[in-house]
Design a binder for this molecule. Structure first.
Ligand code: SF4
Length: 261
């Protein structure tokens, strides 16, 4: 049970303005003080995520960190997780798994590599493997911290530092790195010797599931290597913005067993 009032849209707007121009740690100190223990850091082990693990751990070594293990992550991600555990002793890192039953039904119906066939099936896979486990976890929180930045992709260009997350029950969503550039994040990681994902040194500029991520060519946008075969589709999995197409939702309801009766 929370011992404080959750904030509303007006306060979120005022706080966003107040924290604009401030260092990420300033927002993190405020947020951890206000929401702990019902706050957690979400990471996909990209460069922003490891920078935030370092910042949060310095402020509070008991910070809760979570990530979704979709079942299709590259082996290098697990190597990084081991290194982070060594670097930050006692790090409270929870890996969330999708429902084995839902994955089994999806793969049984559409095959293991369904995502390459059409955008609708890719979005279905992202929903089952990533969005649903995350949504279940967020239901137990009052606030979550993300590594979103405005310069990552057009769909992220207007994010605020403090938002009300209407896609997840109206909890608070905090984006401390919103105004940082990719270069500033790398500067932080290098200056603080933070362990980072090995695939960055092999030409990757954004890292997700193994079959859906490839290195980018020089000059390509950072997220161009995600779902690279798709045209005119959002470079999003649905975790940070609800994606309703009307195309895969029926399939999803059937997989979840909601069509019965
Ligand atoms: Fe499935 Fe690819 Fe989405 Fe991972 S990124 S959940 S493998 S579609």
């Amino acid at each position: 049970m929370s011992t404080y009032e959750l904030i509303d849209e007006l306060e979120a707007g005022e706080l966003s303005v107040a924290f604009e121009g401030e260092e990420p740690e300033t927002l993190l100190v405020w947020a951890l003080d206000r929401f702990a223990p019902r706050i957690a850091l979400s990471t996909a082990f990209q460069i922003d995520g490891v920078a935030l693990i370092d910042m949060c751990y310095r402020i509070d070594p008991e910070i809760r960190v979570f990530s979704v293990d979709s079942g299709r992550l590259p082996q290098e991600t697990f190597e990084l997780i081991e290194r982070l555990g060594e670097r930050y002793p006692g790090l409270d890192l929870e890996l969330l798994s999708p429902s084995a039953e839902h994955v089994q039904r999806m793969v049984g119906r559409h095959g293991p590599n369904l995502f390459y066939r059409q955008v609708e099936l890719r979005l279905l896979c992202c929903r089952v493997r990533k969005v649903l486990p995350l949504t279940r976890y967020l239901a137990g929180l009052d606030a979550w911290i993300t590594g979103l930045r405005r310069d990552q992709w057009a769909s992220r260009s207007d994010i605020r530092k403090v938002e009300i997350d209407h896609d997840h029950g109206g909890i608070v969503k905090l984006n401390p790195l919103a105004e940082w550039t990719e270069e500033e994040v790398w500067d932080y990681v290098r200056a603080n010797d933070v362990p980072y994902h090995p695939l960055y040194d092999r030409g990757y500029t954004s890292i997700g599931c193994a079959p859906c991520t490839r290195p980018t060519a020089p000059g390509e946008p950072a997220r161009a290597g995600r779902w690279w075969w798709e045209e005119n589709a959002p470079k999003e999995c649905g975790i940070h913005c609800a994606i309703e197409t009307g195309g895969f939702e029926h399939d999803l309801r059937a997989l979840l067993g909601e069509d019965d009766g």
